[in-house]
Design a protein around this ligand. Structure first.
Ligand code: NAP
Length: 352
């Protein structure tokens, strides 16, 4: 495959909603990818999207785009409930596929998608773009270098208030709603990326009237420490990620899923205050203060980027596809399945 491919991977995109627009803008910031086709259930929406983003191919059927779209790879920007079916259509057609998070609505679907990708020898990836951000890559290097010592704890919360609406994708069971599938995948996936697979997990959740989870807490157990994660639609959270080490702490700016900046703190007093700043206002004030007043033992790191930040994952996926891989080395299939297994085990409990 690698030999026949153009220098840039030609992507076809499915869906014309929020994240599809982000993808179409951010692909302009990549070096190895271009958007050449769009598929919508509605021709007018597809044509409008294509005109807006300068895309040539317009389709209303996925199969037609896979057959005639002159695309090298497919990006699914559709609700989670249809990822499984659409990704399998792509894999069977031999097209590499990047699937918006969550990869699927449950672990069984995720396993089947991976099994088909392996059988077909075709690339499959969950679009967890946070892993590819320059700040997150820098944090990974800092942890690998042992700068904050051995890990003693990890906390990440992601909460954005959503008004209850039975029919939107956040609360609709039919569209794959729920805070764990929509938001929880970010702290879970980041924990797995930075800490590896946990030894065990435990969690609880609170139900929305539609039956999906509107709030969830998950504990991942590692040798000698725990990762405490939470997500929810009830309020806006501080959305920080804190990594505690034996000789320091890393605090990633909120919302950590789109991280540009972080602090490396080796000042015990500041570390204690940061750890206690669980409200968004307190965390924001503390961050402002630390940016203004340089303190001994507090290091600021900043990795700016343009746009929404999807360009890094798009380039990584495009490179992996050119290299004929079936999984991107930083976003392995095993992690997508493990996240789904953890979510399943939490939701298997009765809501609290
Ligand atoms: N990476 C991120 O930061 C991020 C952010 C937001 C969302 N997401 C993920 O991206 C996916 C889409 O989210 P979104 O916020 O972009 O949603 P959205 O704005 O509702 O857009 C989804 C699009 O998919 C198509 N669609 C809707 N219902 C469908 C159905 N039943 N069958 C097939 N296609 C359907 C629609 O396009 P047409 O009407 O044109 O067909 C719609 O515009 C979700 O999996 C979500 O978790 C990721």
């Amino acid at each position: 495959m690698a030999k026949q491919m153009a220098n840039r991977i030609r992507w076809g995109l499915v869906g014309t909603g929020t994240i599809a627009h982000s993808f179409a803008r951010d692909i302009e910031r990549t070096s190895g990818a271009e958007l050449v086709a769009v598929c919508s259930r509605d021709r007018v929406r597809a044509t409008e999207f294509a005109r807006h983003h300068g895309v040539v191919g317009v389709f209303t059927e996925l199969d037609a785009m896979l057959a005639k779209g002159a695309i090298d790879a497919l990006y699914l920007a559709t609700p989670s409930a249809v990822h499984h079916e659409q990704a399998i259509s792509a894999l069977i057609a031999g097209k590499p596929v990047l699937v918006e998070k969550p990869l699927s609505v449950d672990a069984q679907q995720a396993r089947e998608m991976v099994r088909i990708a392996q059988k077909q020898g075709v690339f499959l990836m969950e679009a967890l773009w946070t892993r590819y951000l320059p700040a997150i890559r820098a944090i990974r290097a800092i942890l690998d270098a042992g700068t904050i010592g051995t890990i003693k704890g990890f906390e990440a919360n992601l909460a954005f208030r959503q008004k209850y609406d039975r029919n939107n994708r956040f609360f609709s069971p039919e569209l794959g709603g729920g805070s764990l599938l929509d938001l929880g995948v970010y702290p879970l996936s980041l924990a797995l990326y930075l800490l590896g697979l946990p030894l065990a997990s435990r969690g609880n959740w609170r139900a929305a009237p539609s039956g999906v989870d509107r709030l969830a807490r998950v504990t991942l157990f590692y040798r000698g420490y725990q990762a405490l994660l939470s997500c929810g639609f009830e309020r806006n959270g501080a959305n920080l990620c804190i990594i505690r080490g034996s000789s320091g702490m890393i605090v990633i700016d909120g919302p950590f899923l789109q991280a540009k900046g972080f602090f490396v703190i080796r000042n015990a007093m500041i570390a204690t205050i940061f750890a206690a700043a669980s409200s968004p206002i307190a965390a924001r004030l503390l961050r402002k203060l630390l940016l203004k007043i340089p303190l001994r033992g507090v290091e600021r790191h900043f990795h700016d980027f343009q746009g929404d930040g999807l360009q890094f994952e798009i380039d990584a996926a495009s490179t992996a596809i050119k290299d004929d891989l079936i999984e991107e080395p930083l976003m392995v299939h095993q992690h997508s399945i493990a996240v789904q297994d953890i979510i399943r085990s939490v939701l298997a409990n009765r809501p609290v």
